[in-house]
Design a binder for this molecule. Structure first.
Ligand code: ADP
Ligand code: ZN
Ligand code: ZN
Length: 798
């Protein structure tokens, strides 16, 4: 007898696989999707492993194989097990990351007569009715329940199965993906009648005659400007006919894509490529960290490394942050590898995702580009995984499973022998640390290639807003920024004004000396708690009353900070009445069309000033932008999180990179109350190494990653006091566990109210664990309902 360990699609299964017996004659393989009995139900499962011995004595049998071809490769099975084990997530949730879109669905039960020659004379009416409904074929159990009543039908069916009169079979509910259809118009009938047509109908008719083949209605409408009524009139005359044609969903439109050829690499690019190509040739699972300022030609390195992998008969995956997955980004890859690029991201319809997934798996594409979850694409012969903007927090999934795409990619590369290429202008401090240690290989592109080789990065001026106040300027704009805006607008150049959306984050700062109130233990800014006159550390829970005066200089000008983009828009209109402005943030951009609309408007110079949040910081490449103003650098510095310095450096560097991409150069003005902050100083000099030195020293000193691991445990409850009590109880339990097991070096910090203490009517309390081997430590523990665990959280502010 053979046995299978199956990951079952049920929340009750948690992190376990279940043992099932493989019926004789059934050809079950690892990675296959199967139907299995689970309690009273029949559920989908994926075979994780075949064994000779089951993990439990009593096993039930696998009911059926869903698809003969395995849905998960052995690599993906191993990756799923790693994700479940490391991030402490249910096994099926990890498996589901790699399943084809739309795969998860309920099983439908059918019954059919066991034999064709059943003698019905001795049967009761219900049984007869069932056999009658099943007829020669089968009938859905649901239908019997509808006709006979739920209880009666299921009791009768069970009895009849026992008597050998009926057999049950199961099938998955059909995929609810409809083929996409488009309306086409084509010629028909007697063409000679066309001479008597009114002018609009004649125009449409001429188009059809010219094309000879059916024309899509949307195109015909665009070309002729005719409405549906005109077309209908043609149809009534018997000259044309509408048809629905099934079209393949094609997320990339090649209509306007001009194929591109590799650019001759600069010598820096060449030496980076030499290292990468060597790893590709040897099938090394090395990890490269490509550190290059914005506009230094990283994307060109990605493209040429992919070309090398393809030359070797292999394939690649490219991850970019969701927000950067714009048509322009996709175009650059599609232009280099026409019709060999697949796109995967959450904005595609389920149908598009479904089509792309299956074509990827067939090996139709050399390159898959997508956001976070594209790391799980079924790309065969994987040789290269590229992660652009590797420092981005969006690579960490913020719900279960809490995986980090970078770590998943590195794990997958280890399993498949693929090479990983991480790229960033502002690498994650932890990645850079690994590159310094030799765990990753560091590659650099120290110079800009645009607009010409060796172009300088934009000049950055840091404006001390305390001086502005002293000089009597209470405006949101410093004198320097305001005159620079006036000059740029007068010269017909474009301006970007950046204000971090997290402006709502509260922190308290002295207007006289710039001092920010911080937790003495955690060194993170203290936030005012919504209820009460307290300041709270959102990391350790330390509380202190709001002081009357600045502890540093005694001034009474303590202020809450955080103005939003809307306010900025008002102020801008007031201060620069003649400039045309455009706002770009998530409030304005509901769908992807509006992203494009705003961007195109700005590109085509229909506005002088673009006001925006983090969105404007990412990847905009507009040569006519000569001035970037950071309205306040302080909002991100003062987030209560040990990564706030890093975050600030990254944001400022990215924003600064938007300026001076054209021949007229550019400048950046950063407004702040903390001009001497190391992140602002380093960003103003475009000096990553000096930022890194300072940051890594702080991390070492305060014992934060990469010098330790972190786990964030959140408990959610409708009652605040109960929530706090549970968090305190859990802390005690964890401390007992640490003592009992004698594990060293794990600290339990908190409990503290979460930064967003109350979310959708429920309260949240945090515990933070600091130490090594946290998933191993937490793995055997049982957490009551309401707890979630985030291993390696990217932020503690959530
Ligand atoms: P990054 O990804 O580092 O921001 P890109 O790869 O987008 O940089 O390059 C910036 C610009 O420089 C692009 O317009 C690109 O076409 C151009 N570029 C890159 N490499 C070269 C090269 N070797 N020769 C000429 N132009 C290049
Ligand atoms: Zn603290
Ligand atoms: Zn002060």
């Amino acid at each position: 007898m053979k046995y299978a360990e199956v990951s079952v699609n049920s929340p009750a299964a948690r992190r376990r696989a279940f043992s099932y017996a493989v019926p004789g004659g059934m050809d079950v393989r690892e990675g296959q999707a199967v139907l299995v009995p689970f309690g009273e139900k029949v559920l989908q499962g994926v075979v994780i492993e075949l064994t000779a011995v089951p993990a439990v004595e009593d096993t039930r049998e696998i009911i059926d194989i869903i698809t003969p071809e395995p849905v998960l490769s052995p690599h993906h099975l191993a990756l799923a097990r790693w994700i479940s084990g490391y991030y402490l997530s249910p096994l099926f949730d990890a498996v589901a990351l790699m399943l084809p879109p739309g795969f998860e669905r309920p099983a439908v039960t059918f019954v059919s007569a066991a034999r064709p020659d059943i003698d019905v004379s001795s049967l009761n009416d219900v049984d007869k009715k069932i056999l009658e409904l099943a007829g020669q074929g089968r009938v859905e159990l649901k239908k019997l329940e509808k006709v006979l009543g739920k209880k009666k039908a299921s009791a009768a069916v069970s009895a009849m199965v026992k008597q050998g009169l009926l057999t049950r079979s199961y099938e998955l509910a059909p995929v609810r993906i409809k083929p996409r259809k488009e309306l086409y118009l084509s010629l028909t009938g007697d063409v000679s009648k066309a001479s008597e047509l009114p002018s609009r109908q004649a125009a449409l008719f001429r188009l059809l005659v010219g094309r000879k083949v059916p024309v899509s209605w949307s195109e015909a409408r665009r070309q002729t400007g005719c409405g549906r009524a005109v077309a209908d009139a043609l149809v009534r005359r018997g000259l044309a006919v509408f048809q629905e044609v099934e079209v393949r969903r094609e997320p990339i439109s090649y209509d306007n894509i001009v194929p591109s050829s590799p650019l001759p690499p600069t010598h820096h690019q060449q030496s980076d490529l030499d290292s990468i190509n060597k790893a590709l040739h040897n099938g090394e699972d090395s990890v490269f960290l490509l550190h290059g300022v914005t506009g230094s030609g990283k994307t060109e390195v990605y493209l040429q490394a992919l070309a090398e992998a393809i030359k070797l008969g292999k394939k690649g995956i490219v991850l970019v942050p969701e927000i950067a997955l714009t048509p322009q980004t996709i175009e650059r890859f599609a232009a280099r590898f026409p019709r060999r690029v697949a796109v995967l991201h959450s904005r595609l319809s389920l149908g598009e995702q479904f089509d792309e997934w299956h074509r990827i798996r067939r090996g139709d594409f050399d390159v898959v580009i997508g956001s976070r979850s594209a790391v799980f694409a079924p790309q065969p012969d994987l040789a290269l995984i590229i992660i652009d903007e590797e420092h981005e927090w969006t690579y960490k999934q913020d719900n279960v499973p809490h995986y980090h795409a970078r770590d998943a990619a590195i794990k997958l590369a280890g399993l498949t022998g693929a090479t990983v290429l991480l790229g960033s202008a502002t690498p994650d401090v932890e990645s850079y640390f690994k590159a310094q240690n030799g765990e990753y290989k560091l590659l650099t592109l120290p110079e800009r290639v645009v607009p010409t080789a060796g172009s300088p990065l934009p000049r950055v001026e840091v404006v001390d807003m305390r001086e502005e106040l002293k000089a009597g300027n209470r405006s949101i704009f410093s004198r320097s920024l305001s005159s620079a805006i006036n000059e740029a607008v007068a010269a017909g150049e474009q301006v970007i004004l950046f204000l971090n959306r997290r402006g709502a984050a509260t922190f308290i700062q002295c207007r006289s000396c710039g001092f920010v109130l911080r937790c003495r233990r955690c060194d993170v800014p203290l936030a005012q708690h919504i209820a009460g006159d307290f300041l709270t550390c959102h990391q350790c829970g330390y509380k202190t009353p709001i002081p009357q005066a600045c502890p540093n200089c005694g001034s009474r000008q303590l202020k809450f900070l955080g103005a939003g983009t809307q306010k900025l828009e008002q102020e801008t209109r007031f201060t620069f009445p003649r400039a045309r402005q455009l706002r770009w943030d998530s409030d304005v951009t509901a769908g992807r069309a509006s992203h494009e609309a705003i961007l195109n408007k700005f590109r085509s110079q229909e506005a002088d000033i673009l006001i925006g949040t983090q969105m404007v910081a990412k990847g905009l490449d507009i040569p006519s932008v000569t001035l970037v103003g950071v309205v306040s650098a302080d909002t991100s510095i003062n987030l209560p999180d040990f990564r706030s310095g890093e975050r600030t450096f990254q944001l400022l560097s990215q924003v600064a990179g938007r300026a001076g991409r054209g021949p007229s150069g550019g400048s950046v003005i950063i407004q702040t109350f903390s001009p001497s902050h190391y992140a602002i100083q380093a960003a103003s000099r475009h000096d990553y190494p000096s930022f890194y030195e300072q940051e890594i020293a702080y991390r070492r000193q305060l014992h934060n990653p990469p010098f330790t691991g972190l786990a964030r445990l959140v408990f959610v409850h409708t009652n605040d006091a109960a929530c706090q009590r549970e968090a305190e109880k859990m802390k005690e339990r964890l401390l007992d566990e640490i003592a009992a097991k004698g594990v060293g070096g794990i600290d339990v910090i908190g409990p503290a109210p979460a930064f967003f203490h109350r979310l959708r009517g429920r309260f949240r309390w945090n515990l933070v664990l600091r130490g090594r081997g946290l998933s191993e430590f937490l793995s055997p523990l049982d957490f009551p309902h309401g707890w979630t665990i985030d291993i390696d959280p990217v932020g503690l502010v959530q």
